[in-house]
Design a binder for this molecule. Structure first.
Ligand code: IVH
Length: 666
């Protein structure tokens, strides 16, 4: 029986690795998503029922978990160097000439795209992923292995069997344009700070403390450099082909050039064509193909002499600044927007550019009518990078940040340490009210279908909606009006009715408390269990919750002290919304380890380290990575390091074994 369970687990793991590869690396799946999900679920269930068959590279780990991690630093076996940059064909020709002179024999140059993401170094042993480490300072970086495992196009287990026993591979982790745009759209709706470009989004995501966040962000990765003692071939280009066979994504936009002329052709071709790629690139990397020749050329202190980067020109246009308008968001944050004469830039017509905040306007020293440079350097929203002061003939008005809300006239405020200005009139400023209603019904909040921002606006203007609780007063006869069909009315009402089952943590998020995003709402719900307890919580109780700082705590208190908000909550409670964490969610959690800081050390037999980490979190404890005066006890497995043991003994810190620990949380 046990034998066959193990065989089934092995088979599912193997098949899921294969399907992942076909889907994410080859973009050619051969089963339906549904069939894939079913296999994944079966494996998850089996693994849960049989924890002894834990495998740290199981495809189920691709979904991540919400354990907070403090990244360990790992030293790179081979330092991660940077590349010299060039910006013109002339400089590329100089590089080519230097190589020719030094080598004094025929050579080839491999041209590859320079992917604009965040670099990563992976170590594989016997075909299995061991570590994923960020660049860091080039000598040592952060151990982001758990996060990287959630990136589906990175093989956890290599294909075939002719790979070296041990090697390192370097590549770039990227957020595809479509994912980036969607993410920013969601962040905009939630008034979270936007990522400036996919590179920042990718590196921010990779450093996330929570691997399930990484899993949800759909990162991708391309690989371009193989290092190790025994490599399959004597040249870079062939090694890249080998990587592809082992299951890595290697760009097809790669060419082995025999002449400088061919190199130039590659540069010119991709300068335009790169706009059609799914991910961001910022140049071309030129590498001497032969590894022997690479060795002969060697390195300077910072970069190889056998490779160089050619950077594409950021696309820039000159146009006129006509006006600056100000938008008011859900939390009252004011965003200045520049309105421009339409101008062609990287294939699209640009009419508007973000000016971000008052400091940026000040720095640019803008006057209306100025000719300004707009640039799209990887960013999706174009930005103004400078002013052509020479063409300033007649000085228009200086752009001054507004002092009153453009929608309701209330004087604006600016909180200490924040770049944004806010309209503090949250109770009657229309865009804030409408913004809160749109947030309330959004998918991750109450998920009320059938109403978009135009309908919210219409109902608001008709006096049918005035705050988030009024959704539950809507009657069919009121909303059956011109432009809204009977079927839509039915759907809207049905969707509102169903929303009363949305779990408490999402209701909390839906309220739209400033700084309380999805994750924070979850943390608060699990810490306080009911809205009443949260309402009563003191500043100390709030800040005692993991990752809740003073800023969030104060905002929560401010929210609940407001009488209008109290009335809204009462109405929502009356409408039947979930104001308590469900029994099922609570059953998983307890306070048994509340306030305790615990270090896990050694190897375990009953559960994996990750499972223990998870249990500690669920029962209110905190995982610490190193023994210190803050440690309450050590959950000690076998083979705990002698240094740690000695330190613990010296500091009088208790160690407990896994049986005792399980007893403790039972
Ligand atoms: S090769 C020693 N190839 O550019 C040479 N790097 O400025 C190792 N990058 O840190 C790098 N695409 O993050 C190489 N095709 C490519 C690349 C590439 C992007 C990044 C990488 C590196 C940086 C160098």
């Amino acid at each position: 029986m046990e034998e066959s369970v193990k065989a089934r687990i092995d088979l599912l793991r193997k098949q899921l690795h294969e399907h992942n590869y076909k889907y994410y690396v080859l973009s050619a799946p051969d089963i339906t998503d549904k069939a894939f999900d079913e296999m994944m679920r079966e494996l998850q269930d089996l693994e849960k029922a049989h924890p002894d068959y834990y495998d740290e590279n199981s495809p189920t780990l691709r979904v991540g978990n919400d354990i907070n991690q403090n990244f360990k630093q790992i030293r790179h076996r081979y330092p991660m160097l940077s590349l010299g940059n060039t910006y013109s064909e002339g400089e590329v020709a100089d590089f080519y000439e230097r190589v020719r002179k030094t080598l004094n024999e025929p050579f080839e140059i491999v041209c590859e795209l320079k992917y604009d993401g965040t670099s990563i170094s992976l170590t594989y042993a016997n075909g299995a992923l061991q570590y994923a480490v960020t660049r860091g300072d080039g000598e040592k970086g952060d151990d982001v292995t758990e996060n990287v495992k959630t990136i589906r196009s990175i093989p956890l287990q290599l294909r075939g069997n002719n790979y070296p026993a041990e090697f390192e591979i370097r590549g770039e982790i990227l957020m595809p344009w479509t994912v980036f745009e969607q993410l920013n759209k969601e962040r905009e709706q939630q008034e979270e700070q936007l990522f400036a470009n996919p590179r920042n989004a990718a590196s921010g995501t990779l450093k996330s403390q929570n691997s399930s966040v990484v899993a949800s962000r759909k990162l991708d990765a391309y690989f371009y450099y193989l290092l190790g003692e025994e490599l399959p071939a004597e040249d870079h280009f062939s090694n890249m082909q080998a990587l592809r066979q082992w299951g890595f994504k290697v760009s097809d936009a790669t060419k082995c050039c025999q002449t400088l002329e061919e190199v130039f052709q590659f540069l010119n071709y991709w300068d335009k064509e790169r706009n059609n790629l799914p991910v961001a690139t910022d140049g071309v990397v030129l590498k001497v193909n032969s590894l022997r020749q690479q060795k002969n050329l060697g390195y300077t202190a910072k970069s190889p002499r056998w490779a160089i980067a050619y950077k594409f020109q950021a696309q820039r246009s000159l146009t006129r600044l006509n006006s600056v308008t100000y938008q008011v968001g859900r939390t009252g944050a004011i965003t200045p927007v520049a309105n421009l004469d339409p101008v062609q830039l990287s294939g699209t017509v640009v009419k508007r550019a973000s000016l971000h905040n008052a400091d940026i306007i000040q720095k640019l020293d803008l006057y209306l009518g100025d000719m300004v440079y707009v640039e799209k350097g990887g960013e999706i929203i174009p930005k103004i990078v400078g002013v052509d002061t020479d063409s300033r003939l007649l000085l228009g008005d200086k752009v001054q940040f507004i002092t009153r809300c453009p929608e309701c006239g209330t004087p604006l405020v600016r909180f200490e340490g924040e770049a944004a200005h806010y309209c503090p009139n949250d109770s009657t400023c229309p865009p804030q009210i409408k913004g809160r209603m749109e947030h309330f019904i959004s998918r991750k909040a109450m998920n009320i279908d059938g109403i978009g921002s135009e309908t919210v606006d219409l109902f608001y203007r008709k006096g049918l909606l005035h705050d988030i609780s009024s959704f539950y007063d809507l009657q069919g006869k009121d909303i059956l009006m011109e432009g809204i069909r009977e079927k839509s009315v039915h759907n809207i009402l049905q969707s509102i009715r169903e929303s009363i089952n949305v779990p408490f943590e999402r209701v909390l998020y839906a309220l739209g408390i400033r700084f309380v995003g999805e994750t924070t709402a979850k943390k608060l719900a699990f810490a306080f269990h009911t809205i009443d307890a949260l309402e009563q919580a003191t500043l100390e109780q709030l800040t005692a919750v993991d990752e809740i700082g003073k800023r969030i705590a104060e905002s929560v208190q401010l929210y609940f002290r407001d009488e209008t908000n109290q009335r809204i909550i009462e109405k929502l409670r009356h409408a039947g919304l979930q104001m308590t964490l469900s029994e099922a969610r609570m059953a998983d959690k307890s306070d048994k380890l509340k306030g305790l800081s615990i270090v896990i050390s050694g190897t375990f037999t009953l559960h994996s380290r990750d499972e223990y980490k998870n249990m500690i979190e669920k029962h209110g404890g905190k995982n610490l990575s190193g023994v210190s005066s803050k440690t309450d006890f050590i959950l000690a497995g076998d083979n705990m390091g002698p240094a740690k043991l000695e330190k613990a003994a010296k500091m009088g810190i208790k160690t407990i074994n896994e049986n005792d620990f399980l007893q403790l949380i039972k």
